[in-house]
Design a protein around this ligand. Structure first.
Ligand SMILES: [Fe+2]
Length: 347
């Protein structure tokens, strides 16, 4: 049973074995001629012969399509050429040793491949690897793979989390890509923090019961702990970094869908939530545990939390009980996708 191929290496997850460059692709139908840019998406694509111990430890490969003037000019796929791709093991202590496999963004004129335990890796518009990128020395810790670009200011908001203090640091980079704020956030713990949210006025952080645990040997050292609550932290983006933490019904949040301020001044967060059973079932699929060879039928379900900084009170509701990993866990934001982006040509 243990010899069965890992589910994240089979079927439509089967890794691509070659880097390909193809020009002037055949287009079925018509491409809008005003669509000028690139669609890039990142994902885990282990090199041939390598079976990672966890789906999220597979080396990163970026696929890209270039569209311009109604033509599909090219397709390329490239591994991100990091020390990890060359066989240097991930230990969590060397920030540049990254699978660089979770997401790719474009900000401040740079394409950055991201994985949350590491520094960004910069690639070119043709997906060649440039090198590790630390914002000119101003990023001294890891960077989430889910930063948020403010569509009004053009700023990039992001965070770094760590199993050790300081557990959480909040960063803001200007539209030009210069880090203009670096702030340790109080009250966070050693939780796995994959995503966060911003509103016009707030940053919203999540601390879940999935916390750092030496006993987890899958390559991602985090496990669900029943004695740790789910907490959501709301912090004004300007002024003193005062976070109000709201304890809500226990669950794990991996991705968020949206956050905004309602007409009563309360902060609303929406996104998928796992209960313990759904989380552990999903984790077993992610590590290729025996018996979890097909996509699990347990997954996150869609929730809304309403958080009132004035009263400290939180309420929540289930928005849908549909529970499959494929439909609920990868919500799409506009204009940003979850692990890939359309990047319009700069005017
Ligand atoms: Fe993600």
């Amino acid at each position: 049973m243990n010899d069965l191929p890992k589910p994240y290496l089979t079927g439509h997850f089967t890794p691509v074995t070659d880097e390909i460059t193809a020009h002037e692709l055949t287009v079925h139908g018509t491409l809008p001629p005003e669509l000028n840019g690139r669609y890039f998406r990142n994902g885990h694509n282990p090199k041939p012969g390598i079976t990672p111990s966890h789906w999220f430890r597979g080396e990163g490969m970026i696929h890209g399509v270039r569209l311009a003037g109604g033509r599909a000019e090219w397709y390329r796929n490239r591994w991100v050429k990091t020390p990890y791709l060359d066989g240097v093991p991930f230990t969590g202590t060397e920030l540049e040793v990254s699978a660089a496999a979770t997401n790719i963004i474009f900000h401040g004129g740079r394409y950055l491949a991201l994985q949350e335990a590491n520094l960004p890796w910069e690639v070119t518009a043709e997906l060649d690897t440039v090198g590790v990128y630390d914002f000119g020395g101003k990023l001294t810790s890891s960077m989430t793979a889910h930063p948020k670009e403010d569509p009004v200011t053009g700023e990039l908001h992001f965070f770094s989390y760590s199993p050790f203090p300081p557990y959480l640091t909040y960063y803001v980079a200007s539209q030009e890509g210069e880090i203009i704020r670096s702030q340790v956030i109080d009250g966070s713990g050693p939780s796995l923090m994959h995503d966060f949210a911003i509103t016009r006025e707030h940053a919203v952080f999540v601390n879940s019961p999935v916390v750092f645990d030496h006993a987890e040997h899958s390559g991602i050292p985090y496990r669900w702990h029943d004695d740790v609550p789910l907490r959501i932290g709301v912090m004004p983006r300007t002024g003193a970094p005062k976070v109000t933490w709201f304890e809500v019904e226990q669950g794990a949040i991996l991705h968020v869908t949206n956050s905004y301020v309602d007409t009563q001044g309360r902060v609303v967060l929406e996104g998928p939530r796992y209960d313990r059973s759904a989380w552990e079932t999903s984790w077993k699929w992610w590590i290729g545990a025996p018996g979890y060879g097909v996509s699990p039928d347990a997954g996150s379900t869609f929730h809304r939390w309403v958080l009132d900084p004035a009263t400290g009170k939180a309420s929540e509701e289930s928005l849908d009980d549909l529970a499959t990993v494929a439909t609920a866990e990868l919500p799409r934001r506009v204009p940003a996708g979850i692990h890939g982006h359309w990047i319009e040509d700069q005017k």
